[in-house]
Design a protein around this ligand. Structure first.
Ligand code: BG6
Length: 514
């Protein structure tokens, strides 16, 4: 099998592409465990296609899929074609696609069978020999979490965790454990085979452009940082609302719930990036050292404190997108009487010099009024408002909104004078929208993250201590919730969430409308 020649870049004539860096990447053989699964079809294969389309893949690149069904190389190539055609963010270009799938192979079998690793080792070796180079090897664990230690262990037994003259790395999908104990034991098992520097724990929120832009906004602009502290910031609200229900994922979701599914990982990542001190450099460890300090500054609640700082709820029937939709308990596969939360809201304090006393409100849920992920930083009000004239409208303190999705951008609310003879004022917005400033579609999070692993850059991946500390904060909340036996609060599907969440908000704050 030949390795791909770099496809012609489609955007060569486009001046807007100038400045977008394309760093050389060492030749790589990517192995996807769970290559016929949902994540591979919807996200991974399309992401790889888009990297190929942009000429960002290494010049020599192979992909080996590992999965149960015995579909052969041809069957896998066909599946890749179909998934890419269906899910790629841009229409597939036949030339690029053909060159990409030509370098795809398939190894059938279940992840605990020795012969899978034997075949995999042979296939990877053959690719090295054919090309006369040592390819870096990148193992992507896109499987049920119970297989993570199994796969790592088997790779180790076969000696596939290292290769002469090249790097071996491993990407681990979420969920990384279901509590502190299981995360620790998973870390122990992975680290008994691989070094920490070889392990890339995915949190796809870190691959989103707007999430990365938080660091740039904070540390490349002089205007915000002087205000970014307890003297000027009144409160912070982080929302990750979804309008969808759990779809066909009851098997996973019912054991997980909103806190494990989104708060422990994605939302705490957003909080860390927002609150961290400036790192000395943008090296992976310099950034992650600062991030994890924020988690250490958040005190894990005592069990009895949980009702004061956390609210959970479950969606009931309601209307979403103009259609009647069932409640969580009537979703396919949800056990009768399930008490799994589909909504979670928390009030956290970051007890350090910069943030002491500033409440951080976090809120996430399924089947809420709309899909929106945003961070709202509300500044303290001005000490005295001299504009009391009639006609002034709803003057609010300045708010900086970092909008992660769907309308990626940043907006700053200001108070402005309403045109006319009177000195009446009202809030207005100053907006930066990615779509209008850059005229290009943002890459999907997985594109950036897969590329970073191929380049060996772990900045946008969670380190072992980060994951464990995040569980330390979440564990008592889960424990307290599991001990409560009063009826679970509910909210109608399509609404802004349960009434009970309002009780978390203190000192006259309110949740931002959804
Ligand atoms: C995943 C969760 O990690 O993130 C899903 O398991 C959730 O339940 C998804 O829907 C949300 O991601 P995004 O990128 O759509 O905000």
């Amino acid at each position: 099998m030949a390795t791909v020649a770099q496809p012609q870049r489609q955007d060569e004539a486009n001046p807007l592409v100038e400045g977008l860096e394309r760093l050389p990447v060492h030749p790589t053989t990517l192995v996807i465990f769970g290559a016929t699964g949902d994540l591979a079809k919807r996200k991974l294969l399309p992401a790889i296609y888009n990297l190929a389309h942009e000429g960002a893949l290494p010049e020599r690149f192979n992909l080996i899929g590992v999965s149960r069904g015995d579909i052969g190389d041809d069957g896998f190539q066909e599946l890749a074609r179909e998934s890419i055609s269906q899910f790629s963010r841009r229409p597939a270009d036949e030339k690029v696609l053909a060159a990409l799938v030509e370098n795809m192979r398939y190894v059938p079998g279940s992840f605990d069978e020795d012969q899978v690793y034997e075949k995999l080792g042979e296939a990877a070796k053959e690719l090295d020999e054919q090309a006369g180079i040592a390819f870096n090897r990148l193992f992507y664990l896109s499987t049920a979490p119970s297989f993570f230690p199994v796969i790592a262990g088997k790779l180790g037994e076969r000696g596939l965790h290292e290769t002469e003259g090249a790097e071996v790395r491993m990407i681990v999908e979420k969920p990384f454990g279901t509590d502190l104990d299981s995360a620790r034991s998973l870390n122990r098992e992975l680290l008994s085979v691989f070094d920490e520097r070889q392990i890339y724990r995915i949190d796809h929120y870190l691959g989103k452009e707007t999430v990365q832009n938080m660091l740039v906004l904070r540390f490349a602009n002089g205007i915000f940082e002087p205000l970014w502290n307890r003297s000027y910031v009144d409160s912070v609200q982080i929302t990750a609302a979804e309008d969808i229900g759990i779809g066909t994922r009851a098997g996973y979701y019912d054991k997980s719930g909103a806190l494990r599914d989104l708060v422990q990982n994605h939302m705490l990542q957003l909080l860390m990036l927002l609150a961290m001190e400036p790192p000395v450099s943008f090296d992976a460890d310099a950034v992650r050292d600062e991030k994890v300090k924020i988690l250490h500054a958040i005190k894990a609640p005592a069990i009895e404190e949980v009702p004061e700082m956390a609210v959970r709820a479950q969606y009931g029937p309601g209307a979403s997108g103009g259609e009647q939709v069932p409640g969580y308990l009537d979703e396919e596969g949800v056990p009768d009487g399930s008490r799994t939360e589909t909504f979670a809201a928390l009030r956290l304090k970051v007890d350090n010099w910069r943030w002491a006393g500033v409440p951080f409100y976090l809120r996430t849920g399924k089947r809420l009024a709309r899909k929106i992920t945003e961070i709202a930083v509300t500044l303290k009000p001005v000490p005295h408002l001299a504009f009391q004239q009639r006609g002034s409208l709803g003057v609010q303190p300045n708010q900086l909104i970092l909008s992660v999705q769907p309308n990626e951008g940043v907006s700053l609310s200001l108070v402005a004078k309403i045109p006319g003879a009177r000195l009446s004022v009202r809030p207005v917005n100053m907006e930066f929208l990615y779509g209008t400033s850059f005229l290009s579609q943002s890459p999907e999070a997985y594109e950036r993250l897969i590329l970073d692993t191929m380049r060996g850059d772990a900045t946008l991946f969670a380190r072992n201590d980060e994951v464990e500390r995040a569980w330390t904060i979440c564990d008592p909340i889960l424990e307290a919730w599991s001990r409560m036996d009063e009826p679970l609060p509910t909210y109608p599907a399509g609404s802004a969430g349960p009434e009970e969440a309002n009780a978390l908000i203190e000192d006259g704050h309110v949740w931002r409308p959804l």
